[in-house]
Design a binder for this molecule. Sequence first.
Ligand SMILES: NC(=O)c1ccc[n+]([C@@H]2O[C@H](COP(=O)([O-])OP(=O)(O)OC[C@H]3O[C@@H](n4cnc5c(N)ncnc54)[C@H](O)[C@@H]3O)[C@@H](O)[C@H]2O)c1
Length: 306
Amino acid sequence: MKVLVTGGAGFIGSHIVDELIECGHHVVVLDNLSVGKKGNLTRDVRIIKQDIRADLHSLFSREKFDIVIHQAGQVSVPNSLRDPITDLQVNLTGLLNLLEAARKHQVRKVIFASTAAVYGMPIELPIKESHPLKPVSPYGLTKKTSEEYLRMYHDLYGIDFTILRYANVYGPRQSSNGESGVVSIFTDLFSRGESPIIYGDGSTTRDFVFVKDIARANVLALQAGDGEIFNVSTGISTSLNELYNLFNNLLSGQGAPIYVDSRLGDINHSVLSNSHIMDKVGWVPKTSLTDGIRETLDWKLQLAIM
Ligand SMILES: NC(=O)c1ccc[n+]([C@@H]2O[C@H](COP(=O)([O-])OP(=O)(O)OC[C@H]3O[C@@H](n4cnc5c(N)ncnc54)[C@H](O)[C@@H]3O)[C@@H](O)[C@H]2O)c1
């Protein structure tokens, strides 16, 4: 199949590109390289350097994509609180621009990167796809609205979709700026021999899913799950203290974590049920947290000596 991966030079997108090429698909990447890097693309793949909000018609008319995997976006909750207008423009205007090109150029299906942030504060755990959607950030709201646009474009114009709501994704190529996931921040600090900071008492839990498992879910969705919404998660809660211990076992000799006050608005516990995607698509998370962290640390340490 001919597949366009938007945001394909980013953390998750670049792993999707690897998996697609591995499975023999023809891949084109569209990315403005604001965050993504050409260096993330280890395979020989064509990159269109373009903003998702710019005119897409000539590209779509020329390339005749079968499927679009849409990963490009404003991905940070804190940034969306600081600058909700940019969040809206990139995430919603960008999606609409893409959907307009998709419908005019006979794209069969759009696979969309959504998030656990659409749920807001969980009222029951594990969170199932039927849980109420009450996002507590502009980022969560633009993702929730994106899901509604996808459903509407399906009903109006027949474009298929699969929505994948990712839990906390981690793995090689994730940037470790101050606002990224806790695993990438721990990876950075541990690889430099520094003590990590933990907000709260360390009992906060998250559902950490390895990026290659996320990539596999996207590739399976090329041929399954039309019109469906799936959590993509491990279904396992891990506390920040447990996470610290896992890192410490793999790379011992670190200082104890530094505990500071928890941040306002942080969700205490989040774990997503993955039974729907296992039943319907046959996807299972294959990478244990220990193996995933080991691979991420190896990547980081390798980068440091290059
Ligand atoms: N990382 C996670 O834990 C997580 C969790 C849930 C959902 N998601 C979603 O997964 C997707 C991928 O996230 P990621 O973690 O790989 O982030 P990332 O920042 O590494 O990747 C996003 C990519 O989009 C590109 N991009 C940003 N704005 C663009 C624009 N206006 N036009 C074209 N390209 C643009 C960036 O250069 C980057 O390569 C996002 O949609 C994000 O919301 C991520």
